[in-house]
Design a protein around this ligand. Structure first.
Ligand code: NAD
Ligand code: TYD
Length: 347
């Protein structure tokens, strides 16, 4: 099976590429990535020499390139993760999100249709999406696969639009699609613009820890390796046309999560307990900040037998260890353009 994984040099994509290469040596994996600021081939140094792995540098918004790539390689399946993924950047520059997340997805759908025709032979177009398409919850309730879409940031609106288009290609053309919507991921190789790696990097460097608003927004955190396992399950066992919600049953208020992270970091850095939390600084809230996300993952548990494999405490400790052991990776991604981004975002 020839599988195209888009965005495989990013955070989640690199874990999916690694899992598929290690678990399915008979598959040939093609990783298509534009290598934006978030794409990093250093995420894949351990597998880049595999004979069944190919990296292709390219942009999914380039229709001609995508069409000819599909014609040439005749992929059997696509796992689509390439996206602009950071809410704060979508607030500053929505158009880039529209181009990559919506136009890029349509280019891939069209290219898949053009090579698979109407007779599908075990083909799969798997679209990886986010729980943010469902909007924001109050104190109670969970996102189900049947929850109405209510995206509220340019990022989530662009992902919602791409989800609708993927389903439209299933209903209109019979394209064999699968979708999943996952909660917030954390783990190794995540770019330090997202909450957990940003805080780890700042604690390490004794820099202020910027908490938006009062820090009472809630996210449902899942270890990235467990997301990759779920993607494997949906790809191999999920039903065509269906959507699966993926989540950790692991809700944390941002401020409590940062306190927990400070405790772990104090221990790891041999700092006196309570040292790092002194760095906490409350800053201006994110515009349109969604209050709470929480996934009901009953369907994927009952139908595909997937569950998270480790607790949040274990996952957080592994994550902190990885960032502390991979100083070179962290230094490389936080030099240059990151400094400008940080300055503009946090003044
Ligand atoms: P990421 O930003 O770390 O990686 C995105 C990758 O896509 C990068 O390697 C980047 O170079 C590539 N890319 C961006 N624009 C491209 C383009 N035009 N052409 C080709 N490649 C391009 O993102 P991530 O956190 O790994 O997320 C991956 C997917 O999972 C996204 O679709 C995201 O919406 C979804 N998702 C993320 C989370 C999360 O918590 N991070 C949760 C649920 C779903
Ligand atoms: P983030 O990691 O950007 O994920 P998302 O917005 O997609 O859920 O942010 C997670 C939460 O942390 C979110 O409520 C915003 C908040 N946050 C901060 O308080 N400070 C920060 O510097 C960042 C990046 C996020």
């Amino acid at each position: 099976m020839k599988i195209l994984i888009t965005g495989g040099a990013g955070f989640i994509g690199s874990h999916v590429v690694r899992l598929f290469l290690n678990k399915y040596p008979d598959y040939t994996i093609y990783n298509l990535d534009k290598l934006t600021y978030a794409g990093n081939l250093e995420n894949l140094t351990d597998i880049e020499q595999s004979s069944n792995y190919h990296f292709i540098k390219g942009d999914i918004t380039n229709e001609d390139f995508i069409t000819s790539l599909f014609k040439k390689e005749q992929f059997d399946a696509v796992i689509h993760l390439a996206a602009e993924s950071h809410v704060d950047r979508s607030i500053t520059n929505p158009l880039e999100f529209i181009m990559t997340n919506i136009v890029g997805t349509v280019n891939l759908l069209n290219a898949a249709r053009s090579i698979w025709g109407d007779n599908y032979d075990n083909n799969i177009f798997y679209h990886v999406s986010t729980d943010e398409v469902y909007g924001s919850l109050g104190d109670t309730g969970y996102f189900l696969e049947t929850t109405n879409y209510d995206p509220r940031s340019p990022y989530s609106a662009s992902k919602a639009s791409s989800d609708h288009l993927v389903r439209a290609y299933y209903h209109t053309y019979g394209l064999p699609v699968k979708l999943s919507n996952c909660s917030n991921n954390y783990g190794s190789h995540q770019f330090p613009e997202k909450l957990i790696p940003l805080m780890i990097n700042n604690i390490k460097n004794n820099k202020p820890l910027p908490i938006y608003g009062k820090g009472d927004n809630i996210r449902d955190w899942l270890w990235v390796n467990d997301h990759a396992r779920a993607i494997d399950d949906v790809f191999h066992k999920g039903i065509i046309g269906e959507t699966y919600n993926i989540g950790g049953h692991n809700e944390w208020k941002n401020i409590d999560l940062v306190y927990q992270l400070c405790t772990v970091m104090d221990k790891k850095l041999n700092r006196e307990k309570g040292t790092s939390e002194k760095l906490i600084t409350f800053v201006k809230d994110r515009a349109g900040h969604d209050m709470r996300y929480a996934i009901d993952a009953t369907k994927i548990k009952n139908e595909l037998g997937w569950e998270p494999s480790i607790t949040f405490e274990e996952g957080l400790e592994k994550t902190v260890d990885w960032y502390l052991e991979n100083e070179k990776w962290l230094n490389n991604v936080t030099s240059g353009a990151y400094k400008e981004y940080y300055q503009a975002q946090y003044n």
